[in-house]
Design a protein around this ligand. Structure first.
Ligand SMILES: [Zn+2]
Length: 239
């Protein structure tokens, strides 16, 4: 019986390795996606700060233009004031200049507030950028490791490719269908060793009578607890 099982055990080994590789190939890309989404989120937050800075810069434009206009008014008034003849004219111009000066101070204050906000945003951006740069080194390394793992698993899968089909052809057909049925039910191991009377699939003892039959090796034995095909390696001490 053990001879019949040899190829089935080999098939199971190949299929388990292939399953592990396929499982890894399903899971690892998720890790890569996660890394990429972290990088993307960091980049977006940097872009968002850039946008905020750009909006502040935009708000500066009309204020700076008005400040310039205001300065022109003040310069013109300065030139005019020397040529003024009457007190009434003088007072009127003085009032105009006071208003312009007040507006100037007001605009300067607004510009200062905006520039402070821009400075804050720049500092924030630098802080995020700095941590992002060091984190990105780690994230890129992790990604490289995962990419290398994918390559490795693909190579493993490649090396087993065809072996499973060849082995399937050499295993007895009814044994193979039994194996497939158990494998599906157990989601994995279908053929397991029995060591010292204990099934390695469920770790339960096999009844002594059944174990004797197993050692005799003339028929297919199923573990009564977990329903897996069990086998024993011949005991070298008894030969
Ligand atoms: Zn069992």
């Amino acid at each position: 019986m053990k001879d019949l099982l040899t190829e089935l055990i080999a098939l199971q080994n190949v299929e388990i390795e292939m399953f592990k590789a396929e499982d890894g190939l399903r899971e690892i890309p998720k890790g890569i996606e996660e890394i990429e989404s972290i990088i993307h989120a960091r980049k977006s937050s940097l872009d968002a700060i850039d946008e905020e800075i750009a909006l502040f810069e935009e708000r500066k434009v009309p204020l700076e233009a008005e400040l310039k206009e205001n300065q022109t008014i003040l310069d013109a008034a300065d030139a005019r004031i020397k040529r003024i003849k009457t007190n009434k004219e003088y007072l009127a111009l003085q009032r105009e200049m006071d208003l312009a000066k007040k507006r100037k101070a007001d605009i300067e204050e607004q510009l200062l507030t905006i520039m402070e906000k821009i400075d804050k945003k720049i500092t924030e951006k630098e802080r995020i950028q700095k941590s992002f740069e060091s984190d990105k080194v780690i994230l890129d390394e992790k990604k490289q490791v995962l990419l290398a793992q994918i390559k490795e698993l693909e190579a493993v899968l490649d090396s087993y490719k065809g072996q499973d089909k060849d082995l399937r052809k050499s295993v007895d057909a009814s044994l193979l269908s039994k194996y497939d049925r158990i494998k599906q039910n157990k989601k994995g191991l279908a053929v397991v060793e029995c060591v010292d009377g204990v099934c390695m699939g469920c770790h339960m003892h096999v009844p002594p009578q059944l174990f004797n039959e197993l050692v005799r090796g003339d028929k297919l034995i199923i573990c009564p607890t977990c329903q897996r095909i069990i086998y024993v390696f011949p005991d070298p001490g008894k030969e």
